[in-house]
Ligand binder design. Structure first.
Ligand SMILES: [Zn+2]
Length: 371
């Protein structure tokens, strides 16, 4: 009994701690968005699939760890008269010309938090720091999702200004959770975004008015079921289902595009073991790793290990065995050597081989020129 009581107290305490945050989609919706955004990525980012479970499980982390300020999760955009006048700057420095930091941070900065998270994810990927990159990608997903929740875009985020207290979690958790598993998923796929900040403000502009529909539905449903029991939630869902599914789907697609854009901006790097080919003979090793941005010619990184000083020739050969390009022809010392080479247009979308010849051995690896 005592243990049970303590258990109950702990649960209540935890529930109280977390219920006070109320600043994000429910955790299940966050997981849902991160999980399905992975499926909207282009084929060259298929390696995200290996981390799909991690990205989903860690989607709610920014609510739990609180390693970023609470004002990263929302923007009370209706506190800015400029928003309704159509003159609100979407760039943070320009907004800070109009308002001090205390005001701006007090109103929430989720549009720019997305930019901060993109920058750190880009740096981690470009530096090959993949252990930390997956957490940053999950965190980025969290803020993108938050900015698609209409109640994250208004000062009346919890209905506290209109006598509808508690609407935030009623809408984003209790109403949605039972339906998440069976929802239709978006049919589109990720696109590269030239200006993420502009895209973020565009969807905020389109999603913001939905908060009025949520509050209106809550008033009607509460009249029908003042205890806010099952009839309340059924009424809410039938009024808001298509709008809510649309917001979730937009969030999934926009997150896929934002992950994709970040990866391209990082130079399309791959984690270790992905998109690389290796050949080994005795102690001699030849390894190639290809980066493959859609808009650029693929770059090939050639790494070879010589067990002893040797004369080395490395060339690119076509499928008829013709030398297309000489990459290395020199005497090299024992150890690891690396060179990078940008594929010429004639090699793109065809198959070649990279062949290393030394006095002791000969090795070849296939070079698939598809992007
Ligand atoms: Zn949040």
């Amino acid at each position: 009994m005592k243990t049970n009581q303590r258990y109950f107290l702990t649960i209540t305490l935890i529930a109280t701690l977390f219920s006070t945050q109320g600043f994000s989609w429910g955790w299940e919706a966050h997981k849902f968005i991160n999980e399905h955004a992975v499926e909207c990525l282009p084929p060259e980012m298929a390696f995200f699939k290996d981390h799909q479970v991690f990205l989903a499980e860690h989607a709610p982390d920014p609510d739990k760890t609180k390693n970023r300020p609470g004002y990263w999760h929302f923007i009370d955009i209706d506190n800015y008269p400029e928003y309704f006048a159509g003159t609100m700057p979407s760039e943070l420095p320009k907004l800070l010309d109009l308002y001090d930091w205390k005001t701006v941070s007090g109103n929430g900065i989720v549009p720019w938090a997305i930019g901060y998270e993109m920058d750190s994810l880009m740096t981690l990927m470009a530096d090959g720091n993949w252990d930390m990159a997956w957490q940053a990608a999950a965190d980025l997903g969290h803020y993108v999702a938050d900015s698609h929740q209409p109640l994250h875009l208004t000062a009346n985020y919890n209905g506290q200004l209109t006598g509808q207290k508690g609407i935030h979690s009623r809408y984003e958790t209790k109403m949605i959770n039972p339906y998440l598993k069976g929802l239709n998923l978006p049919a589109g796929h990720a696109v590269y975004l030239e200006n993420v900040n502009e895209v973020v403000f565009q969807y905020i502009h389109e999603l913001y008015p939905q908060m009025n529909q949520i509050l209106a539905a809550d008033s009607i449903a509460t009249k029908i079921d003042p205890a806010q029991d099952s009839t309340y939630y059924a009424t809410m869902w039938s009024a808001l289902d298509s709008m809510t599914i649309d917001a979730l789907n937009r969030s999934i697609l926009d997150l896929a595009s934002i992950w994709y854009t970040t990866w391209v901006n990082a130079g399309c790097p791959y984690p270790p073991g992905v998109n690389s080919t290796e050949a080994v003979a005795d102690d001699l090793t030849l390894k190639i790793k290809k980066t493959a941005c859609l808009f650029m010619r693929p770059t090939v990184k050639v790494t070879y290990f010589l067990p002893a000083d040797d004369a080395v020739s490395i060339g690119v050969y076509d499928t008829h065995g013709q030398l297309v390009r000489q990459l290395v022809n020199e005497n090299d010392m024992a150890g690891v050597h690396t060179m990078r080479w940008k594929m010429g247009p004639q090699l793109v979308n065809s198959v070649h081989f990279i062949r290393l010849s030394s006095r002791s051995a000969e090795l070849a690896v296939k070079l698939d020129g598809s992007r």
